[in-house]
Design a protein around this ligand. Sequence first.
Ligand SMILES: [Zn+2]
Ligand SMILES: [Zn+2]
Length: 292
Amino acid sequence: MSTLTVTFWGVRGSIPVPGPDTMKYGGNTACLDLRSDAGDWIVFDAGTGLRVLGESLDLSKNYTVNLCISHPHWDHINGFPFFPVIYIPGNTVNIYGPGTFEKSLEEIIRGQMQYSYFPVRTDELRASIHFYEIKNNQFEVGNFKVYTHLLNHPVTCYGYRVVYRDKVFIYLGDNEPYYNVFKDNDPEVVQFAKQMNEQLIEFVKGADVLVSDAQYIPAEYPKKTGWGHSTTHHIINLALKAKVKTLFLFHHEPLRKDKEMDAIVTHYRNVLKKKGLTLELYAAAERESYTF
Ligand SMILES: [Zn+2]
Ligand SMILES: [Zn+2]
């Protein structure tokens, strides 16, 4: 039987929030990795959790790191300059991700290491760095078949579906369900939003593990509509419709305290149990792994 292991290195959205209230789930921003029993390895997003991942590696060895960026907002890229692998000769880092209408993926990653922002330029990095800009395509990383899907966020943002033998893993970066922004009930727009949401269900369908942005709880959503994030409610419904086996809530609201996170998980687990639903639910926690 084939197995995959996902490990969380940073689970927070928007900004790092270290402190006594985030000790359990962690304060670093988005970064996780997926490893197969055959040694295949992908890192998703380069938030400040990427530094923590870097610390876990034996840096006397050489690595080829395949880094898939969901989108270039700060909380998904600003751990990159602090990833020790990029400073060691003999290492290779392949960066996959979208560009924006302003800049290519390469310009974005190089841009945050310009003189005004950071003392080392990407040209001075000792590892060999390659950029692969994604345009809703699919690619292979070792035995992993990787599929991408455009998400609804205020910048180009991709979700990743990784198929490895009989296993399916999905990481959805920042994403909000589509809705009619004009709130005029125009049937054409309502239908379009419905279709786009159905396409996401198709993309997620049958996943063994889904990791998804679930930044808000429903009570917070009216004030945050249009900010490009999902609620716990949205994502649990998506997981149920797509017949996902295990769901990890991810990209936690920075103000969310550990105790509140525990209460959210307990609440939804009770609801699922009462309804006789078998979806396994967790809130992603920094430095924790899950093998499936
Ligand atoms: Zn984010
Ligand atoms: Zn974002």
